[in-house]
Design a protein around this ligand. Structure first.
Ligand SMILES: [Zn+2]
Length: 320
């Protein structure tokens, strides 16, 4: 699988990789990342100058730069073509790929590979804050748990007291039928935590579908329509009322997290969620192929560097 996937020369040749990235990041002209002026720079061509180094011609600036300045790839010792190859691999595998596996394929150390994968995931984190749904649209909402045994049980067999307990992280996801998914790591699954997320992220004209869990009981006040299916009495579908779309998404997420990543730490959970959300949102049924998905994802590297550093410095789990 991997050979054909990485047949494009941009995944082997550093110059081709750089030129490919320049053509995408500087689509509308070469931007100096220091002063922001477009089209006022010259390629530096000394014998000892590294390839792809430009100098800004703006009098007050005169700074040198490359295409990776101000991006997630900045100051990385990993060659660009390997960044692109890793992104391509991650974008084309349904269940994700472990850092070890990608490291072996690309000839980089497990530690570098782990770091690289997290940066790529960071580039996939959505910045889309538009409300989901709308008139005539259906959004399903549900929660799941990552890490710990309760998550493996059928909903009605779960011990409610264990939910949100040690070793289990709650994930709350919204999916629009025929559309996109949005997942967040939440501190717990109480109405107090979930209601503000629902009202902020879903258009009030939407039909909302959930199960009958207590935290969803009063949501009909916030939405045009709210249907609950009662899993506790084995009711899973009632007309168009069901949560099958979100359950299918959770199945992919869990297979990936359990099968590929084995252990996902609380601090990094949001980045894994970004990875799975991204792949789902750019899936083939929305007419996006692997190459397009990869190309699109690379745009997310720009301007993300500072966000990533801030997240790192906190070193603490960030909860939505
Ligand atoms: Zn400049």
């Amino acid at each position: 699988m991997a050979k054909g996937l990485l047949s494009n020369p941009i995944f082997q040749d550093e110059t081709k990789a750089r030129e490919w990235l320049e053509a995408r990041i500087w689509k509308d002209g070469r931007v100096c990342p220091h002063c922001g002026v477009v089209g006022e720079s010259t390629l530096m061509q000394g014998k000892t100058t590294r390839p792809g180094l430009y100098q800004c011609n703006v009098k007050e600036c005169r700074q040198p730069f490359t295409v990776t300045v101000g991006t997630l790839y900045e100051r990385s010792k990993i060659p660009l073509h390997k960044w692109l190859a890793a992104t391509q691999l991650l974008m084309s595998s349904k269940k994700g790929m472990s850092a070890l596996q990608i490291g072996r394929m690309l000839g980089i150390s497990p530690k570098s590979s782990w770091f690289l994968m997290h940066r790529i995931r960071e580039s996939l984190r959505g910045t889309d804050l538009e409300p989901m749904g709308g008139e005539g649209k259906v959004v399903e909402a549900d929660e799941t748990f990552i890490g710990g045994k309760e998550r493996n049980k059928h909903k009605r067999l779960r011990n409610k007291k264990n939910i949100g307990g040690t070793g289990k992280e709650a994930v709350f996801s919204l999916v629009e039928r025929g559309g996109r998914v949005r997942s967040q790591h939440v501190a717990n699954v109480s109405a107090k935590t979930l209601r503000p997320i629902l009202t902020a992220q879903i258009d009030a004209a939407t039909s909302l579908m959930t199960d009958g869990a207590g935290q969803y009981r009063h949501m009909h006040k916030d939405f045009a329509r709210h249907e609950m299916v009662n899993h506790e009495i084995d009711e899973y579908v009632r007309g168009d009322a069901h949560t099958n779309t979100i359950e299918s998404y959770f199945a992919i997420l869990k297979r990936g997290v359990i099968g590929t990543y084995h252990h996902v730490s609380e601090a990094h959970l949001k980045r894994y969620l970004a990875e799975f959300d991204y792949r789902y949102n750019e899936r083939q049924s929305l007419d996006v192929d692997d190459a397009q998905r990869m190309e699109k994802s690379v745009k997310g590297i720009v301007g993300k560097r500072l966000t990533y550093r801030r997240t790192c410095r906190e070193g603490q789990p960030v909860r939505a």
